[in-house]
Ligand binder design. Structure first.
Ligand code: FMN
Length: 358
């Protein structure tokens, strides 16, 4: 059993604690990222939904708050070209919910996401210390460009084949995403259902299959979980849901309230919100759209088509139509009403992990 929180990966990253604050679209801010990095872990900014100037601004904001290593995360995506009738059908299915929120009939968006290649060029130009990726595999030439810029590269894998693919293309570490994890599944090889592999099963199988350091993600909420991940051979633990309840978290109070009230059975994965399976707290939107799980257009199309609904639901304080992403262990959240500062959470996690190791 490992006895120390120092691992080869923490030394490579230049951090003191094996704690990664997971990138979270809509959930990670420069303040959170910097607080975690300053506390000895590494914070990650989710940048997939940002245009190029916003990525630049947010990275500058992180750099103004910390001189420690940090990570920026993107989704590996091609530009989508959905069939017009598929988009119209998808919009029609959403119309009853739009009406309940007082939204007019939607028009077809001009585009569905920011251009991944432009976002990637900006990461290279910004020379970020660490770049992480999910939803797909970055080609070897792009990984070399990031290395030449001085960035380390982390690829997300939800099965062994994906971890091997990242190793083959030259990544520096793999984030093993167990089925318990909150937010989107990163699966890009095989059927997503077949890759709903629990963290306890996934991490050691990936550790045995590749020679890169592995970061365990999914269902880790406290020091016991971090100690367990290290015992399985991971060299760091990535936590998302736990950070949604910190003082730096920007998420809607109603979303935090739902996490506060959640139990072991509160979450499920759904394609309904975005067209890619993602784990969140079950609500009316998920229940009402469940019949269309298999026919909604793939990410990022459905994501773009539900954006107005999710925004209007937030303004109207109606969590029944919001995407309440959270992991299976949300019930272990620190439920303090005022929100624990992220740095305090990192320190508590480290203390608990040391105690778990005895
Ligand atoms: C609200 C939310 C948004 C997320 N967005 C991203 C993302 O943009 N990119 C990514 O690689 N992972 C994303 N994740 C996954 C987290 O980075 C992390 O791996 C996961 O939350 C770990 O599982 P846990 O929630 O059980 O701690 C997200 C998770 C949540 C809860």
């Amino acid at each position: 059993m490992p006895r120390s929180l120092s691992t080869a990966l923490t030394r490579t990253l230049g951090i003191t604690l094996p704690i990664v604050q997971g990138p979270m679209n809509g959930g990670s801010t420069p303040e959170m990222v910097a607080a975690v990095s300053n506390a000895g872990g590494i914070g990650s900014l989710a940048a997939a939904n940002f245009d190029v100037p916003t990525i630049q601004t947010k990275v500058a904001a992180i750099r103004a708050l910390t001189s420690r290593p940090f990570c920026v995360n993107l989704f590996v995506l091609d530009t989508p070209a959905p069939a017009a009738d598929q988009v119209r059908d998808a919009l029609d299915r959403l119309q009853p919910i739009r009406e309940e929120l007082g939204l007019a009939h939607a028009t077809v968006p001009g585009r569905y996401c920011d251009e991944f290649r432009e976002q990637l060029d900006m990461l290279v130009a910004l020379k970020v210390p660490v770049a992480s990726f999910t939803f797909g595999l970055l080609d070897a030439a792009s990984i070399r460009r990031l290395h030449d810029a001085g960035s380390l590269v982390i690829g997300t894998a939800s099965n062994v084949a994906e971890a091997c693919a990242w190793e083959k293309n030259g990544a520096d570490a793999v984030c093993a995403q167990g089925a318990e994890a909150g937010g989107h599944r990163g699966t890009f090889i095989g059927e997503p259902d077949a890759s709903m592999i629990g963290t306890l099963a996934l991490v050691p199988q990936i550790v045995d299959a590749i020679s890169l350091p592995v970061i365990a993600a999914g269902g880790i909420m406290d020091g016991r979980g971090i100690a367990a991940a290290l015992t399985l051979g991971a060299q760091a633990a990535q936590l998302g849901t736990a950070f949604l309840m910190t003082a730096e978290s920007p998420i809607h109070p109603a979303w935090q309230e739902k996490i506060r009230g959640s139990t072991d059975t509160s979450t499920r994965t759904t394609r309904s919100f975005t067209g890619r399976p993602a784990r969140g707290i079950v609500n009316d939107f998920m229940r009402r759209m469940s019949a269309f799980e298999d026919v909604v257009p793939a990410y990022p199309v459905q994501h773009a088509l539900t954006t107005e609904i999710r925004k209007a639901a937030a303004v109207a304080n109606r969590p029944e139509f919001m995407s309440l992403w959270a992991g299976q262990a949300a019930g272990l959240s620190r439920r303090r009403a005022e929100g624990m500062p992220a740095a305090e959470l990192v320190r508590a996690l480290a203390e608990e992990a040391r105690a778990a190791f005895g």
